[in-house]
Design a binder for this molecule. Structure first.
Ligand code: NAD
Length: 515
């Protein structure tokens, strides 16, 4: 018999106000096997539907989200502390856009694809078929709690998988909202299940032998999940942290670059895996650019009202990370250009957008992910130095390059060891669902969005078809007399100077030899 633990309730605190706004029941650990049983049962029916049939459910879900966009934006904003504009632009819009993309392209991307068959295999046809994997476990973070849960869920569902979501315990109201949206859109029972709770619940589901794990979160947790997954050879995608550089050359449009730096560093209070976390500025324009940037940052409006630019932090522990990095930098001689010293911070979850100069490349503020409103600005002297500094961390998610010289921009972009690069803009690659998304180095393993984002949730099955009209194949037994014929056949086939006549003669001889 199971020992049934008491159901725990998680209080939901709105970070911007500190008020408890709800309570959510944690999923008891003894229910984990039940989730997998239900997921496997639902998989049979769901995977048996055609892609077009599955997409009918997507259309209902999309319309429901369009109808209730304002309500959803308010839930996201209250649960995270982000301002309403960011909830709608950066969490809801990308989710709807991904859904649109999947509705338009999934059938083509996931249907059987014909592949060329080489001449040596004459008479056969080759195909790739995309088979769903089974039950996909999606574990998501708190910074874009809607998008980063729903986009992998939808990508997995399109391919015929059933899904278990373990949303972040830091933003459980959004997890509940997602559960409710799928339920009200009529997805068959068990096709989408949501488990609530923290890392123990996440770990229990990871150990429950899903067929695939799609994880978005910190490098630390990503490594734990990868180790657990390795024990059962469970394939994973890991979307992890970033420390994205922004490189501004002297010939850039400085006004635009300064606005971009302010937005790129402080949108979502800097709690963005792809936010600009290091700003490298070419020395001749360094002073002028810093003044433009400070002007932009000082005009930002912090709060909770509909017109506010910068909201609160979401996760209390993240304040400590920002504090530790800023304290270390200031203790080692860095200069505060905007914002306050941590000792002067007010209580609560609002942190001032903070610009810091005179930092060293080995400081935490440069080497470690901040995930908060802290931006170090560093001068550089030439292109090579900029590339070296930009590549000089363990991360490699996104980056941006600012110059009017297209050739230079492309040259620098191609030298950056990152999953994406934006030229004369920041972060925005993520908004084109047709582009792959993911990191290099410790920023993650694998890609999603684009074609790859649907196909990772499927096994690629190779299929070859033969009409079966010949009694035998040339490479089958018996081998008697075949060696010199194969020798001539391959020499003529693979040689740079092909002799098709000799090839054909040997091929026919082999066929004749084929008993
Ligand atoms: P986190 O790693 O603490 O938690 C992420 C999720 O994992 C949560 O749902 C959590 O409950 C769960 N979890 C924690 N420990 C677990 C364990 N041992 N086993 C299974 N599940 C476990 O990350 P976070 O603080 O929620 O998110 C912030 C991090 O996410 C940052 O590092 C950020 O850069 C990264 N992130 C990456 C991307 C990307 O696409 N690359 C996007 C957003 C955020």
């Amino acid at each position: 018999m199971h020992s049934v633990e008491q159901i725990q309730k998680m209080p939901v605190v709105a970070p911007a106000t500190g008020k408890v706004i709800a309570e959510i029941e944690e999923t008891p650990l003894h229910e984990v096997p039940l989730f997998y049983q239900q997921g496997r049962k639902a998989f049979i029916g769901w995977s048996g539907l055609s892609i077009a049939e599955r997409l009918q459910y997507f259309k209902k879900l999309k319309q429901l989200m369009v109808d209730e966009m304002d309500e959803i934006a308010r839930i996201v904003s209250e649960d995270t502390g982000k301002v309403l504009t960011e909830a709608i632009v950066a969490d809801i819009m990308p989710t709807l856009d991904a859904m649109d993309h999947i509705i338009r392209h999934a059938s083509k991307i996931l249907s059987r694809q014909k592949v060329k068959t080489p001449l040596l295999l004459i008479g056969k046809k080759s195909f790739i078929e995309y088979m769903p994997r089974g039950v996909v476990l999606v574990i998501s973070p708190w910074n874009y709690p809607l998008q980063l849960a729903m986009v992998p869920m939808l990508s997995a569902l399109a391919g015929g998988n059933s899904v278990i979501l373990k949303p972040s315990e830091v933003t459980p109201l959004v997890g509940k909202c997602i559960q409710d949206l799928f339920k009200r859109s009529g997805f068959p029972a068990g096709t989408v299940q949501v488990a609530h709770g923290g890392k123990e619940v996440g770990a229990a589901f990871t150990e429950g032998k899903p067929d695939y794990i799609f994880f978005t979160g910190s490098v630390r947790t990503g490594k734990i999940i990868q180790q657990q997954a390795a024990k059962d050879l469970i394939p994973t995608t890991l979307e992890l942290g970033g420390k994205d550089p922004m490189i501004v050359f002297s010939d850039a449009d400085l006004e635009r670059a300064a606005k971009a730096a302010a937005w790129g560093a402080f949108t979502n209070s800097g709690q963005v895996c792809m936010s600009a976390e290091r700003l490298y500025v070419e020395r001749p324009i360094y002073g002028r650019f810093l003044e433009l940037l400070k002007h932009e940052v000082r005009s930002l409006n912090q709060g909770t009202n509909e017109d506010a630019d910068v909201g609160s932090m979401t996760f209390p522990a993240q304040k400590e990370v920002v504090k530790a990095q800023l304290d270390e930098a200031l203790a080692r001689g860095a200069k505060l250009e905007t914002g306050l010293k941590p000792s002067e911070w007010k209580d609560g979850m609002f942190l001032p957008p903070t610009i810091v100069t005179q930092v060293e490349q080995d400081m935490k503020i440069i080497q470690e992910e901040t995930f908060g409103p802290l931006l170090p600005v560093v001068p550089f002297d030439n292109e090579d130095e900029a590339v070296g500094l930009a590549n000089g961390t363990v991360y490699g998610l996104n980056a941006s390059v600012w110059t009017k010289d297209k050739a230079k921009a492309r040259r620098v972009a191609s030298q950056l060891v990152t999953g994406a690069v934006v030229i004369n803009d920041v972060i925005i690659t993520v908004a084109n669902h047709g582009l792959p998304f993911g990191g290099t180095k410790e920023s993650g393993i694998g890609r999603y969005h684009s074609e790859a984002g649907l196909r990772i949730f499927c096994h690629e099955k190779a299929i070859m078809e033969d009409m079966g009209l010949m009694k035998s194949e040339i490479q089958w037994y018996p081998y008697k007399g075949k060696y010199p014929l194969f020798l001539n056949l391959f020499k003529n086939y693979f040689s740079e100077k092909k002799n098709w006549l000799a090839f054909a003669k040997n091929y026919l001889a082999l066929l004749k030899n084929n008993k």
